[in-house]
Ligand binder design. Structure first.
Ligand code: CIR
Length: 257
C-alpha cells in the first residue's frame, strides 16, 4: 500500500474504439482527457511521482496500463492480455518498466492474464479467473509470485455478472480490509478479512485503490465514501464517468510501485 511511483498513459483520440460491453454511451474525448489530468493530479496528491506515456493510437485500450503488468517490489511480470486487440500493449510497456526493474517474468500462451484480475492483499495475491485470465495464466503468475515469496489463490469470477475483472468487484485497502461487491462477499476465499460491503447501487465504486494515506475512488458514490471515512480511511474521489463507459475502473489507469 506504500507506493512512490506510478506509470500512466494518455488516452488516445481513438479511445472510444476500445472494447466495451457497457451501454453507457460513447465517451467524450475532451472530458476523457480532463478526467485523466485530474486522475494524475490525484496520484500526485497521494505522493506519487508519475511517468506519463504518450497516447498509443495502435491500441485504443492502452490507457488501461494496469492490465499489461503485475508489479512486486523486486520484479515486473509482463502479462499476456486475454483480448487479442490488447496483446501488443505489452511490448510498448516493457522498455518503460526496464527503467525501474531489472528482473522480469512473462506470462506466455496458452496462458492469458490481465493485471485487472490481480488483487494484491499484503503478502497474498488473489488471482481472478475471468474471460481474460485463464487458469494457465493464473498458474504461471502463482509460480512467479511464489518465487518472490508471495502466496496466492484463485478466485473465479466466471458467471459473476457486471464485472470484467476481479478488481472491478474487490479492492484491498490495507488494515486487513477488503471492499467487496455483494456477489463476491460470501466467498470463502475472503474469510478472515474485514469486509466493507458496497451497496448494489454503488457497485462500480468497489474498484478503489489504497495509495499511501488515501483511498482513491470514483466520484458519485456517497455511501461508500461515507463508510470509508467512518472507518478512518481518507477517500479521494476522482471523476471516472468516461472510463466507465469503456468498462474501465480507476485502478486500471495506472501501474503503481
Ligand atoms: C478492456 O475491455 O480491456 C478495456 N476497455 C477496459 C479495461 C479495464 N481494465 C481494468 O479494469 N483493469
Amino acid at each position: 500500500m506504500k507506493f512512490s511511483k506510478a506509470i500512466s498513459r494518455t488516452p488516445g483520440t481513438n479511445f472510444a474504439d476500445g472494447l466495451t460491453t457497457s451501454e453507457l454511451g460513447t465517451p467524450d474525448y475532451a472530458l476523457t482527457l480532463k478526467q485523466h489530468q485530474a486522475y494524475l493530479a490525484g496520484l500526485k496528491q497521494c505522493g506519487l511521482e508519475v511517468t506519463l506515456l504518450e497516447a498509443d493510437l495502435n491500441h485504443p485500450d492502452s490507457t488501461f496500463v494496469e492490465d499489461v503488468a503485475v508489479l512486486t517490489p523486486n520484479s515486473a511480470i509482463l502479462t499476456n492480455p486475454g483480448a487479442d486487440s490488447r496483446k501488443g500493449e505489452v511490448a510498448a510497456m516493457q522498455p518503460v518498466l526496464e527503467k525501474f526493474y531489472s528482473k522480469f517474468h512473462r506470462i506466455t500462451a496458452p496462458g492469458t492474464l490481465d493485471g485487472g484480475d490481480i488483487c494484491e492483499a499484503g503478502s497474498h495475491f488473489f488471482i481472478g479467473i475471468s474471460e481474460r485470465t485463464n487458469e494457465e495464466g493464473g498458474r504461471q503468475l502463482a509460480a512467479f509470485l511464489a518465487e518472490e515469496g508471495y502466496t496466492s489463490s484463485f478466485v473465479s469470477i466466471l458467471g459473476v455478472s457486471g464485472i470484467l475483472h476481479l478488481k472491478s468487484g474487490i479492492a484491498y485497502i490495507g488494515e486487513n480490509t477488503l471492499v467487496l461487491i455483494r456477489s463476491l462477499a460470501d466467498r470463502p476465499e475472503f474469510k478472515g478479512y474485514k469486509i466493507v460491503l458496497v451497496d448494489e447501487t454503488e457497485a462500480y465504486a468497489a474498484n478503489c485503490v489504497r495509495i499511501n494515506d488515501y483511498v482513491i475512488m470514483p466520484t458519485g458514490y456517497p455511501k461508500l465514501q461515507a463508510e470509508l471515512t467512518r472507518l478512518g480511511f481518507k477517500p479521494l474521489p476522482l471523476d471516472m464517468s468516461e472510463y466507465q463507459k469503456m468498462d474501465g475502473g480507476l485502478s486500471c489507469l495506472s501501474l503503481r510501485f
